[in-house]
Design a binder for this molecule. Structure first.
Ligand code: SF4
Length: 324
């Protein structure tokens, strides 16, 4: 897996603030200058800590072209690949030509939802169709595409599953899943304080993420991140409500395993029986659950014993279960 060296350019290029977003709290207070970027990336690469540099936290392709080029020029010839994140409505043939000229390998698009009403209420300023068109442009140029999606935005009453379905049709090379976190000093924070917005809880966020994870993996799309990266700022009080938990990804993966196990034994008589569950290599802890949550849940169904073993013939979130 590539070691990504993130360079945060908080809100650069953003035409306005989306209701949930405060990159200065989530990521970094200010942007570095292009010269500093080169120094930092060189040092990280020399220390074996960077195969890829990623410009995160803003709308890269909406920054003034000369500043985009200054950032991209700063990381040329360093033996690291280049990744940028941006908005779906800031992508056209001119932008693509620039990205190709500077050897950008990966574009992450903040899609967030494929429901136009949810996008409008989040003050995203783009439509689901913009996501489709931008994705098509990126993929047609041979640039790797990562789509970011959220669950639990205002007005999102379970549309995250259909968003994951619609995004999967665009055949991205990967996806990120972010159940909403209410961050201090955002419009969403104000709405939450006034009682106008009720976020998903951590548990609901894990379930929503499991829904999306199930859809993406069913389409063969790797999910490279679930939940905001924990930071001192967020853990220290900037994350005031919503699905903020350092282990949200593990929780979501465990929930997906539990669902699959329950489906396998659905309708069977469980009382006093032993259940053996086969899972792919390295997945035992997710199948067992955090603090053995899944095992305890299964034992509560009346099972005498639950045993999880790894099977190299299985992949992803495959599960085989039998009772005896
Ligand atoms: S979500 Fe993206 S586009 Fe919206 S304000 Fe944050 S960085 Fe800018």
């Amino acid at each position: 897996m590539a070691r990504i060296f993130p360079v945060f350019i908080p809100h650069e290029g953003c035409p306005h603030d989306c209701v949930f977003c405060n990159q200065r709290r989530i990521a970094a207070p200010v942007s570095p200058q292009p010269g500093e970027v080169r120094e930092r990336v060189c040092a990280a690469h020399a220390a074996g800590l960077a195969d890829e540099v990623a410009f995160y936290g803003g709308s890269f392709t909406a920054i003034a072209p000369d500043r985009q080029e200054a950032f991209l020029e700063a990381v040329q010839g360093l033996d690291v690949s280049i990744r940028i994140s941006t908005r779906p409505d800031c992508m056209d043939e001119t932008v693509i030509a620039r990205l190709l000229r500077y050897h950008v390998k990966t574009v992450e698009l903040g899609a967030q939802s494929m429901d136009d009403d949810v996008l409008r209420r989040a003050n995203r300023g783009h439509s689901a169709e913009d996501v489709r068109q931008a994705s098509h442009l990126v993929k047609s140029a041979g640039i790797s595409l990562i789509l970011q999606a959220m669950a639990g935005l205002p007005g999102d009453k379970g549309t995250w599953r259909s968003t994951a379905e619609a995004l999967s049709e665009l055949k991205p090379d990967g996806a990120r899943i972010y159940p909403v976190v209410v961050v201090r000093d955002t419009a969403l924070f104000t709405m939450w304080e006034k009682g106008e917005y009720c976020p998903l809880t951590v548990s609901e966020g894990a379930e929503a993420a499991a829904d999306m994870l199930e859809v993406f993996t069913a389409h063969g799309i790797p999910v490279i991140r679930i939940g905001l990266n924990p930071t001192e700022e967020l853990s220290g009080g900037a994350a005031v409500a919503g699905a903020y938990h350092p282990a949200l990804g593990e929780m979501a993966r465990s929930r997906l395993f539990l669902r699959k196990i329950l489906r396998e034994i659905h309708g069977a008589s469980l009382a006093g029986k032993n259940l053996t569950v086969r899972v792919p290599p390295g997945r035992t802890s997710q199948a067992v659950g955090i603090s053995r949550e899944n095992v305890r849940r299964l034992e509560a169904e009346g099972l005498a014993r639950v045993c999880v073993i790894e099977d190299a013939r299985l992949n992803g979130y495959d599960v085989q279960a039998w009772l005896e």
